[in-house]
Design a protein around this ligand. Sequence first.
Ligand SMILES: N[C@@H](CCC(=O)N[C@@H](CS)C(=O)NCC(=O)O)C(=O)O
Length: 283
Amino acid sequence: MAQIELYGYGESVASNITRLALSEKKISYKYNLVYLESKGQHLRKEYRKLNPKTLIPTLVIDGKPLPDSLEIMKYIDQQYPNQGELLFPSDNNKEFHDLVDYLFLDDKKELGETFGTTGGGISIPVLARLLCKRSFFSVVWDYLKNHGVSKRKPIFIMVRLLGGPPPGVYKKMMAYLAKHLIYTENYLNHGKEFIYGDTYSAADCCLTALLHRVNEMRFNGVFDGEKLPNLSKYWNNISSRPSYMEAIISYETGEWKPELEALYGDGPNDHNDLLWTEINKLL
Ligand SMILES: N[C@@H](CCC(=O)N[C@@H](CS)C(=O)NCC(=O)O)C(=O)O
């Protein structure tokens, strides 16, 4: 049996996708926590050797690094085809590829372009607060010198400078999020248990992590069964699977909760009403 290690962060959508996949495939691994914005551990030399893009997660198999949540899901499914769920269905058709492409965190796409990239966009208020734990100059220096994705460097620096999302950006994210929630709600009109149909797949790993982020960012009413009944039903189903607790909840670092409280107290996201205005336009 190969020695498997995962480098990840608790409240990271791509890490959650990967841990869900590992949990559903019943693969055990050694876990290495890498702090992101608050400490910049992903920008250190040791981690850059494993993942030159300086992104989380990376799986290390017998000492060999494999970055990227989608590549990791493909790898473990090929290596362990008869263990746990089959993440990539054997019919492997274009519709499934397009769905996964839409739901996974493609670092080559723009924020908001797909549901996957919107997961990062709606997280900006918390990322900003975590970045603000470091001095402005250390963030500028570290990101300019060490971040492996050129187009992310100015975004993180701007967010640190402003202490939040750049003006208008979060509003735009609400329009994108509304569009993706409605698209997914309509997709689920097929009435089946999972997003791609009757069996659990890699697309469910992605969608579970994204919906968890929507919930975590306090977008209230999405899962109450009233306006988006398919999504509510899907969420109830998927969040009661053992993998949700095992791969997402039990890995929380605790860094996000106080920041969310500082941002929104006990209430919803301060853009919740705007999200609903956008959703209602599309219903
Ligand atoms: N395509 C990559 C995207 C990974 C990604 O964007 N990870 C985020 C966390 S969810 C990250 O590392 N952010 C830190 C940064 O960009 O500095 C994957 O799916 O693994």
